[in-house]
Design a protein around this ligand. Structure first.
Ligand code: MLT
Length: 256
């Protein structure tokens, strides 16, 4: 079973983390959102304290693991699923397989497309680097991609948190996930079938998620709204947590 953090009671909010981080990236949201909600934040297999297992680390398997965790925790009502980047890729898979379990989604710094040939190649290279040099290599490789310029220049505490989270993961967990990310399928075809309201959020300084993908989500998903947050890179929940809190609160209040 996946390791997880849990706090609060009420309408369940399930928080899915980014690559190559783990559930502790949501520490602040676990506190602030648990005032009104039962917040559950799992570690995907091979991340944080979750066992890796023998099977491939596919986004579909991650979604099944989340469903199993919810069953174990007896979360029976419809959930609000919050996914950041890789967490969003898993949220698309969860929505494909278990749409009846969703009440709404918050898709942060994520995109529906699968990897290009070039991105796949970079994933295999990263997996090899991590295998040979350890998770320390993620600091130089990933920090400039994950954190916006504003944060890198003015928030050493956030830079340090991200560094700590990245190196705390296991070499095998991270490298296997690189293959899972590279082989993920295109979720563009399901956008029109997403049956719930979706709040799409991204950082204006994010080099990973192209604006065209955000627009594709907004246009494709019937009940959606898109908000771009200034002075944030990819890790919106760490870089602009107050603004994210505000947006999520307004969105959830609007669900009735
Ligand atoms: C993530 O933040 O989960 C990853 O950077 C996503 C990606 O590389 O596609």
């Amino acid at each position: 079973m996946l390791s997880y953090s849990e706090k609060g009671s009420g309408q369940p909010l399930v928080l899915l983390h980014a690559f190559p981080l783990n559930r502790y990236m949501w520490d602040r949201q676990l506190e602030s959102w648990s005032n009104r909600h039962r917040v559950v934040a799992p570690d995907f297999r091979g991340f944080g304290e979750s066992p890796l297992g023998e099977d491939e680390s596919r986004m579909e398997s991650f979604a099944d693991d989340v469903r199993d965790l919810l069953d174990t925790l007896k979360v029976s009502g419809r959930i609000i699923l919050v996914g950041l980047s890789m967490g969003g890729y898993v949220a698309f898979e969860f929505c494909r397989k278990y749409p009846e379990r969703l009440m709404a989604m918050v898709m942060i710094a994520t995109q529906p497309v699968s990897d290009s040939e070039e991105s796949r190649k970079s994933r295999y290279e990263l997996a090899e680097m991590v295998r040979t040099r350890g998770t320390e290599v993620l600091i130089e490789q990933m920090t400039p991609r994950l954190l916006g310029k504003t944060t890198r220049l003015s928030r050493p505490d956030v830079v340090e948190t991200v560094r700590r989270l990245m190196i705390s993961n296991s070499i095998r967990g991270v490298s296997k996930a690189c293959y899972g990310l590279a082989s993920r399928r295109d979720s563009t075809p399901i956008l029109g079938a997403i049956p719930v309201p979706v709040l799409i959020v991204a950082g204006a300084e994010d080099p990973i998620i192209p604006a065209s993908q955000l627009e594709a989500m907004k246009t494709g998903i019937r009940q959606s709204q898109l908000v771009l947050i200034p002075q944030s890179g990819h890790l919106v929940n760490l870089e602009q947590p107050q603004e994210l809190d505000r947006l999520v609160q307004v969105f959830l209040a609007g669900l009735g």
